[in-house]
Design a binder for this molecule. Structure first.
Ligand SMILES: [Zn+2]
Length: 304
């Protein structure tokens, strides 16, 4: 794993007894549950005290607290609902990790917003929650690594959750080596999730513009209009009520009614216009020296 750098001034950090200290600006960062908390509080919605105080932010689904302790029919019902809601989105037809490792088997890989998902290879996991495997708590607006530290960076379902996506992409670009690769998946018509920690959506071209300092290796839709309709159809029913029990029943009805829509996606995804109502977009790109001018980006539009 590359050495940590100060998230405030990018100075080098040295490890103390229960802290990391910056030689440049004098900032100190605590180690909590064995994990350094490397936040620049000036640019983050999180504070270091959020992690030292015991009631830390627990991530998307409350990583540690998401265990289902219910029993009997309730457990079976929840499992059924989860199976319906998590039925796999059709893949993008390639594995970005395989492409990265084929190019460089010992590639230094950074995952921003890693959650609990484990990957093979030489991976540095980071998140704003105490997820398993993480090397540090950090915020994508200020990655605590020196310039040109990584061969590849993953940011899947992350950029909708940050206040300033362009700044996060700039940070990803900074910590990537020249010719480094980025892989991002970001929603377009998927509804709001994770409560207040959800800020932005991107069209295909808006997403492409975020990565204008990258050449496009592969990009497209992840989940077409069928998946967008599934999400919106479920919400349409669930939001008919604010009552917990009624919502729960409406949610199940929505899961069942919208389930077949996913079978439309293979048909829909063949049409150019389907980009207009994509559920999410993905982008795999290689860092380039200069950003693509906006006028040239317009020519990269996909849709109708
Ligand atoms: Zn510093």
């Amino acid at each position: 794993m590359p050495n940590f750098a100060c998230p405030v001034c990018r100075g080098s950090l040295t490890q103390g007894a229960q802290t990391w200290e910056c030689a440049g600006c004098g900032a100190t960062f605590p180690v909590v549950r064995g994990v350094p908390v490397l936040l620049n509080e000036q640019n983050s919605v999180f504070r270091i005290a959020d992690y030292t105080g015991g009631g830390a932010y627990e991530g998307a689904s409350g990583y540690a607290g998401s265990a289902d302790n219910s029993g009997g029919w309730r457990r079976a019902y929840r499992r059924f609902a989860r199976a319906l809601s998590e039925a796999p989105v059709p893949g993008v037809g390639f594995d970005p990790l395989e492409i990265i490792l084929a190019e460089k088997p010992d590639a230094e890989i950074l995952v921003v917003g890693s959650g609990e998902r484990e990957r093979k290879g030489n991976v540095t996991y980071t998140d704003v929650a105490f997820a398993k495997h993480i090397a540090c708590i950090c915020d994508g607006h200020d990655l605590p690594f020196a310039d040109a530290s990584f061969d590849a960076v993953f940011a899947e379902a992350v950029l909708e959750h940050v206040c300033d996506p362009q700044r996060v992409v700039s940070e990803i670009t900074r910590v990537l080596k020249p010719d480094g690769l980025v892989y991002a998946v970001t929603p377009f018509l998927q509804p709001v999730h994770m409560g207040a920690y959800d800020f932005t959506r991107f069209t295909y071209l808006g997403h492409r513009r975020l990565f204008r300092q990258f050449d496009d290796l592969r990009s497209g839709m992840m989940g077409g209009p069928g998946y967008s309709a599934i999400h919106l159809g479920r919400n349409l029913l669930t939001e008919l009520s604010d009552h917990h029990r009624v919502r729960s029943m409406l949610r199940m009805l929505g899961l069942l009614m919208t389930y077949p829509l996913r079978y439309l996606d293979p048909l829909l995804s063949r049409t150019q216009g389907s980009y207009n109502s994509a559920c999410a977009c993905y982008f795999l790109g290689r860092k380039r020296e200069t950003p693509i001018p906006d006028r040239e980006l317009i020519a990269l539009f996909r849709g109708r």
